[in-house]
Design a protein around this ligand. Structure first.
Ligand code: CMP
Ligand code: MG
Ligand code: ZN
Length: 743
């Protein structure tokens, strides 16, 4: 058991609130009976706006400065008036000094940093309180050396963790995007990653820092009492009849290789309906939350209609069904479902089902650029994601679709909070921040924030197709590209610049997929696997202990509080009543899980590399053809001039190219494209080189311009259009390059 919980009984907690007037309210509360420092006090701090350094004023004369009043009177302290300390044995002066010195460097002009800092301070504060309690117990001779040692070790580990975390936060201001400066990534792909998966280059601000968490080691110390999760068939199943083909398509629902396209065909375009019904049944959610089956059916049918509204090639009901199945797989095979309550599971599956509801087939940036109604409604922030949740909840306001009608008020509220957080985190501009936060979490000794883990699982499922079989991944990629290209067509019609990957004539699909796998998918699955390990390891230990304890009992009879309403074992009973599979926590094999996705993404990357080479060869062939046709029309003098100019520019990297070319002509081409892409002088030319000659007119935002000015959609960038001459030069250079490579 954790030393802190077993020995130091002081439960000093602090709560930090920043109110509208920019007062920081710090509540300290110790409510333990045995602890001498049983007390509470509330402190209010104000940042003196007049003082640019943000120091707290200590003179106690009011006027928007912090004060301290050690009066023992009970009551609330008025913000800005005083700090009151109630019955605190610890010297008020000590606390005042501690708080003041801790907060003095916080700058009021950076509330985000302030929040982060306050969170860090919280840990220091709690740890210091624990130490004070220890001292008191020592004074009374109530603690033995072994316990003392354990507690001191724990305290040291908390301080170390805070130190590491704080240091990282101070130093590591860059997103993980720095990794993408790698020479192997074409600038077009890099710009796409930067503009899509971070908020750095986009118009949107980072979301405010998460609220302070006060959970300590909750999950680690939760009693290891579980209830078997019954996957039972329910009488409610009569709500939906499963055709034989659907039953057959669903038989692999617990597998990574599950084919959602087959289910969609078997169900005649109702993959989502069957998926939701099947999973809700398997997890017994229909019974547990008394979901009226008729409402469920109406609701899911309305969802399907919404997903079909814009006839999107990618963001349709199949994608929703796919994400729901993938979330199910992740819960099951990472073992994280054993950590979840039934409400968490309901939230996960529900969020997966609605997460792209009524997707317009266009990106957030497109909405922002075109000033669409939803962009205006949601102030350009996570426009689509906000819309998906809101619209799905609006559906449930119709009585006949109100599937959550029998949830308790608390459950309804908790579910909504989780669903909103999860779906909003599917906004890809949160990606790098999300991964970074979760990596930091891995290094904390404390418990893991469940809502954040759930969000990561949904995000992982949402981008999981590159980790699925090549057939599935390729199909998803092609449908997604078609959706992007349709947006590009609209952008061209509207006279807008192409968004990344939206120009059907120039997008480097294979290259972008390699970048997406390397920089987005792999890190996401990697951190998810590590988190799963952190979460389930203690559960496995608890399970093995409680198995011994509860062996004679039937697990089914053990009921616990809702918070500990977890089960050791899951029996997956398909709706067709076929064979059941036992999924107990002890059968979870994370190594196998990891090897599987790693192996598949590697294979998919290899396939994309082959295709990239084929693409490049095809481009060479086309350009050579074109070159030959154009040759006799060319003005010889003009041509020679261009070749000389191009030769100067292209000389960078030539030596490597010649060496490479000797060993592998096609590899050489791919490398040359990459090397040249990273040469800022050549970028504009190469960008054109990667385009079909007809598309250059749309090429208003070449890579180097994006790097220097940010993406076109931030509204500040000046449109820098190539002059006719430069474009002609680019074409010449392209021709030259092709000839160069050929020879
Ligand atoms: P959405 O499903 O709303 O959320 C995840 C996003 O990731 C998805 O939209 C796409 O915009 C993006 N995405 C998914 N798969 C790929 C891929 N293979 N290549 C590029 N972008 C992708
Ligand atoms: Mg989405
Ligand atoms: Zn999605």
């Amino acid at each position: 058991m954790n030393p802190v919980d077993s020995q130091v009984k002081c439960c000093f907690t602090s709560k930090i609130v920043v109110n509208e007037e920019e007062w920081v309210q710090v509540e300290h509360l110790c409510c333990h009976r045995d602890c001498d420092s049983h007390a509470s006090y509330t402190a209010y701090y104000s940042f003196n706006k007049e003082k640019p350094d943000g120091h707290l004023d200590e003179d106690g004369n009011g006027e928007g400065k912090s004060h301290m009043d050690s009066s023992p009177a009970l009551g609330t302290s008025a913000p800005g008036k005083s700090v009151r300390i109630f019955g605190m044995e610890t010297s008020p002066a000590e606390f005042k000094e501690f708080d003041t010195s801790s907060l003095e460097f916080i700058k009021p002009d950076n509330p985000e940093k302030m929040w982060i800092r306050l969170q860090g301070l919280q840990n220091y504060k709690n740890t210091s309180q624990r130490l004070r309690c220890l001292v008191k117990q020592l004074e009374k001779g109530e603690i033995n050396v072994a316990d003392l040692k354990k507690n001191i070790e724990y305290t040291a580990s908390v301080l170390e963790a805070v130190y590491i975390d704080e240091t990282r936060r101070l130093l590591d201001t860059e997103d993980e995007l720095s990794d993408i400066q790698s020479d192997s990534v074409p600038s077009e792909v890099r710009d796409w990653l930067a503009s899509t998966f971070t908020r750095k280059m986009g118009v949107m601000q980072r979301r405010p820092v998460e609220k302070p968490r006060f959970r300590s080691i909750v999950h680690a110390v939760q009693a290891g009492i579980f209830v078997e999760r019954m996957y039972r068939r329910t009488s409610n199943m009569i709500g939906l009849t499963y055709p034989a083909a659907v039953i057959s398509a669903l038989k692999d629902i617990d597998k990574w290789s599950f084919n959602v396209f087959a289910l969609n065909e078997a169900s005649r375009d109702h993959a989502l309906k069957f998926m939701v019904h099947e999973l809700f049944t398997r997890y017994d959610l229909i019974n547990r939350f008394r979901i009226p089956v008729s409402s469920l059916m109406s609701f899911v049918e309305a969802l399907e209609a919404g997903y079909s509204k814009y006839k999107n090639p990618y963001h349709n009901l199949i994608h929703a069904a796919d994400v729901a199945q993938t979330v199910h797989y992740l819960m099951l095979h990472t073992g994280i479902m054993h950590w979840f309550t039934e409400l968490d599971i309901l939230a996960m599956l529900f969020a997966a089902a609605i997460h792209d509801y009524e997707h317009t087939g266009t990106t957030n940036n497109f909405h922002i650029q075109t000033r669409s109604g939803v962009a205006i409604l949601y102030n350009d922030r996570s426009v689509l994601e906000n819309y998906h949740v809101s619209a799905a909840y609006r559906l449930m306001q119709e009585e006949e679709m109100n599937i959550m009608c029998n949830l308790s008020k608390d459950d309804w509220r908790d579910l909504r909070t989780l669903v909103i957080e999860m779906v909003l985190s599917t906004d890809m501009s949160c990606h790098f921040q999300q991964i970074k936060t979760m990596r930091n979490t891995l290094q904390q000794p404390e418990g893991t924030d469940k809502a954040k883990v759930m969000s990561l699982m949904l995000h992982a499922a949402d981008i999981s197709h590159p980790a699925k079989s090549w057939q599935q991944h390729y199909r998803w990629t092609m449908t997604l590209m078609e959706e992007f290209f349709r947006q590009g067509d609209s952008e061209a019609d509207l006279g807008l610049p192409f968004s990344p990957l939206c120009d059907r004539k120039s997008t480097m699909v294979a290259q972008s997929q390699i970048g997406f796998i390397d920089f987005i998918v792999e890190p996401t699955f990697s951190v998810l696997t590590d988190l799963a390990e952190k979460i389930i390891t203690p559960l496995i230990e608890e399970a093995s202990q409680s198995e011994t304890i509860f062996q004679p009992q039937s697990l089914t009879n053990i009921r616990t509080t809702p918070e500990t309403n977890r089960r050791h074992s899951v029996r997956s009973v398909p709706s067709d009543g076929g064979c059941s599979t036992e999924y107990s926590i002890s059968t979870v094999d994370l190594k196998c899980f990891k090897l599987n996705w790693m192996d598949i993404i590697q294979q998919n990357k290899e396939k994309w590399k082959e295709l990239a080479i084929q693409d490049a060869e095809e481009k060479i062939r086309q350009k050579t053809e074109q070159n030959k046709n154009n040759e006799h029309h060319k003005n010889n003098d003009h041509s020679t001039e261009n070749v000389i100019a191009a030769e100067d520019k292209i000389s960078v990297g030539c030596d490597e190219e010649i060496l490479e070319r000797k060993s592998s002509p096609t590899k050489s081409l791919v490398n040359q494209l990459s090397i040249a892409a990273n040469n800022s002088i050549l970028q504009r030319h190469l960008h054109t080189a990667s385009c079909d000659s007809l598309s250059w007119e749309h090429d208003a935002y070449p890579a180097e311009t994006l790097i220097q000015h940010g993406p076109p959609w931030n509204g500040e960038m000046k449109h820098i259009k190539d002059t006719e001459e430069t474009v002609n030069n680019s074409k010449e250079i392209l021709d030259y390059k092709v000839t160069f490579i050929r020879n």
